[in-house]
Design a protein around this ligand. Structure first.
Ligand code: ZN
Length: 423
């Protein structure tokens, strides 16, 4: 264990000493101005306002990559390594390519299905107080510990682990959109359960920290999607939901609700995307940012290439850049190399969940009865308690017995949406 702390502290030290003070200062100066420009650009959907800032950021991030070094790989590797240590662009490409092919195929089958849910039942009136108590109830039931954590309201949902005994989640409520706050809360609670499961004794040292952004995201996605959007979960939660929201759900059959919360359709905005299309949003960004860093794509050409790629994947074209290449904050803050970790999180989650299903006796039955402790304890034991001891790829191999691949995620999506859409 001490060796792990030494390894990680040395890694951080090496990375930071390789960056000149001028570069670090310039990055922070440019990013803070770029974020203001981005806010304005997005509001008015004028890419031209943001373009000079994106040019500066890409140039600085390329400098950063050169300074850090990337072995025999590509500069993008050095940036990705900030968020997902040990993973290279080539790794991601190898995972994403087969996943993308499968997702595009699945999405086309879903688009060709004669079935579609009635999603308007999710925009009926869901009083905010009732949403607050129901979301809090669900977060508590799945295992988020409110004795050393809390759930508040904020414009941007997030989870921050301030240390052992203080994990804070936030969510925001829209009285005419049930899924936003509810699944948002399960998502943040998943992050929170990970933070609460890290070894408290190692607080402040790498052994008390999360493995990577991808592994962190796997924990939120596992609770949000693999548990929260599953049939077994609602076997347990639908009757209480009808009691809490009698006006909205009193006359809605279980199947209609379950289908509505699992609606799949192409849409422009990543953060509102469903389980199937979400990963395609990420792959688009990964493709573009890799080319930007490699110098194969000029920032000026981003809107055109974005829309062209988007149309190829989704079959629809963004009507403007606010709903296209200007929608995310990441690039404006220098967060290049961050996006892949979201889709990696989904892949990790699928592989972990499929292993947990194998390891635990009748996991769907347990979830249907509202017994979440066995799953939470499995995650505590297999993942959380190790802190940063293993790199994400090694952790997956250790926990699931196999290297990371697209297979578990594709199997999960095919299985679930094949049934719903009659494929
Ligand atoms: Zn998250």
């Amino acid at each position: 264990p001490a060796a792990v702390n030494v390894r990680e502290v040395r890694r951080d030290y090496n990375r930071s000493t390789k960056l000149s003070r001028e570069l670090v200062e310039e990055l922070s100066r440019v990013c803070s101005l770029a974020q203001q420009a981005w806010v304005e650009a997005r509001k008015t959907s004028t890419f031209a306002t943001f373009q000079p800032w994106l040019e500066k950021i890409v140039a600085l991030k390329r400098e950063e990559a050169q300074a850090i070094g990337f072995g025999g790989g590509v500069p993008y590797d050095a940036l990705l390594d900030n968020y997902e240590p040990g993973v290279t662009a080539a790794n991601v490409q190898n995972w994403f390519t087969p996943l993308r092919d499968e997702l595009v195929k699945l999405l086309n089958e879903i688009k060709g299905s004669s079935r579609a849910p009635d999603v308007t039942l999710l925009t009926r009136l869901y009083p905010v107080d009732a949403q607050r108590s129901f979301s809090t109830y669900a977060a508590r039931r799945i295992g988020f510990d409110f004795k050393c954590g809390r759930l508040d309201e904020a414009h941007h949902p997030f989870c921050s682990g301030l240390g052992p005994g203080d994990t804070r989640l936030t969510t925001r409520y829209d009285p005419h959109h049930f899924p936003g706050a509810f699944f948002g809360t399960l998502h943040e609670a998943g992050h929170g359960i990970y933070d609460q499961g890290l070894p408290a004794a190692a607080f402040g040292a790498p052994l008390g920290q999360a493995v990577s952004l991808g592994i962190h995201e796997s924990q939120s996605r596992l609770w949000e999607n693999f548990v929260g959007r599953s049939r077994p979960f609602w076997n347990c939660f639908y009757t209480p939901a009808q009691a809490v929201f009698p006006q909205a759900l009193g006359d809605v059959p279980f199947e209609d609700f379950y289908f509505a919360i699992n609606d799949v359709r192409p849409s422009f905005i990543r953060v509102e995307a469903d389980e199937v299309t979400y990963n395609l949003h990420i792959m688009l960004r990964f493709e573009l940012e890799q080319k930007l860093v490699a110098g194969d794509l000029k920032p000026a050409d981003v809107p055109g290439v974005w829309n062209e790629t988007f149309t190829r994947y989704f079959g629809i074209t963004p009507p403007n850049d606010s709903q296209g290449c200007l929608q995310d904050i990441h690039w404006s803050g220098g967060g290049i190399g961050y996006f892949p970790t979201y889709a990696l999180g989904n892949m990790f989650a699928a592989q972990f969940f499929s292993t947990a299903t194998r390891d635990l006796d009748d996991l769907p039955g347990l979830i249907s009865k509202g017994e979440f402790a066995p799953l939470k304890e499995w995650l505590n034991e297999k993942i959380h308690r190790h802190g940063k001891e293993f790199r994400s790829q090694d952790l997956v191999q250790r926990v699931t017995g196999e290297p990371l691949s697209h297979r578990a995620l594709v199997a999960h999506l095919r299985n679930k949406f094949g049934e719903l859409y009659g494929l």
